[in-house]
Write a protein that binds this ligand. Structure first.
Ligand SMILES: [Zn+2]
Length: 147
């Protein structure tokens, strides 16, 4: 299967951890259902439109059903059970600084801060989606340390 890419505008922002100017992609408000996932080391970003992600629909339904995971966001769960590109996990604290991994608190898609458009690979949940419903639930509980 051919690899899909999504083009996204990137913007400059200042990290309050290392005070360096860093560049991150931001999805526009008009791209409904679009989210970005970022590897733990902050180096790589992956795109997903959650409306097309089967794992998202499953997780959303389970979150409603199970009191223990009700307070967790579907985004957090998704980032923890996603396929790991090059063995890297996704951070549940998106977005983080690519240099020092401090969470970036202020970022905006202000035109004056735009640096350009880049292409990003899609995040996938193939491994998770291949599990049975019971296995999926186990995987979610494991990821959230719920026993
Ligand atoms: Zn930093």
């Amino acid at each position: 299967m051919e690899e899909k890419y999504q083009s996204l505008a990137c913007f400059k922002t200042r990290c309050l951890g290392c005070f360096k100017i860093v560049e991150i992609p931001i999805v526009s408000d008009f791209m409904y259902g679009s989210f970005l996932f970022q590897t733990n080391d902050g180096q790589d970003f992956y795109y997903a439109n959650l409306l097309d992600v089967k794992a998202f629909h499953f997780i959303q339904a389970e979150i409603e059903r199970i009191p223990l995971i009700k307070k967790k966001s579907a985004f957090k769960v998704l980032s923890l059970v996603a396929d790991q590109p090059q063995g890297k996990r996704f951070t549940p604290n998106y977005p983080v600084c690519p240099r020092c991994q401090t969470r970036l608190l202020f970022h905006s898609n202000d035109e004056s801060k735009k640096t350009g458009v880049r292409y990003f690979k899609y995040a996938t949940w193939k491994k998770f989606e291949s599990l049975s419903d019971e296995e999926k639930l186990e995987r979610i509980k494991n990821a959230l340390n719920i026993r």
